[in-house]
Every structure is written in structure tokens, then in C-alpha cells.
Design a protein around this ligand. Structure first.
Ligand SMILES: [Zn+2]
Length: 83
């Protein structure tokens, strides 16, 4: 497993960045995988999502709700039932 890798990548004019293929292979990240973007103290971290929605299991459009990843459809259902 890779630890403490530091490298330079650039962002294209549309705001996209390309992860180096060696890092993708080492972290088992494949094209189409969903990554969680975390900002901690001004540093951007990307983490492969290893689980889906806590309610339905899908991995698209996930958001945090009370420390659980929940898809937007289930989040709407939760919000409808809470209010
Ligand atoms: Zn869901």
C-alpha cells in the first residue's frame, strides 16, 4: 500500500485533474469509481468510496447525513419523514 506519496499534477481548463495511473493501480481505483473529496485544514484529500448508501446501497450522488453516507433519493425520503 502506498503511504505518504507526494506528486505534482495539473488541472485542465475545465477543472479536471488526472490521477497518475500508478496511484490508481496501487489504490485499486478504476475509471467510473466514486471518490469522496475531503478538505481538512485547507488540504484536499480523495478517498475511494468503499460503501454505498446506508439505506439502499447505491454509490451515486452520496452525501453525509448524521455521519452516514446516504444517496440523494434516500436523503429526500429522510428529510420528508423528519419534517
Ligand atoms: Zn439510497
Amino acid at each position: 500500500m502506498l503511504k505518504n506519496v507526494r506528486t505534482v499534477i495539473n488541472m485542465d481548463k475545465t477543472g479536471r485533474i488526472k490521477l497518475p495511473s500508478g496511484i490508481m493501480e496501487a489504490l485499486d481505483i478504476k475509471v467510473g469509481d466514486y471518490l469522496e473529496l475531503i478538505i481538512q485544514e485547507g488540504i484536499i484529500k480523495l478517498q475511494k468510496i468503499s460503501q454505498g448508501c446506508a439505506v439502499c446501497g447505491q454509490v451515486h450522488n452520496l452525501h453525509y447525513h448524521k455521519n452516514n453516507l446516504v444517496c440523494i433519493n434516500c436523503l429526500w425520503d429522510i428529510n420528508d419523514s423528519e419534517y
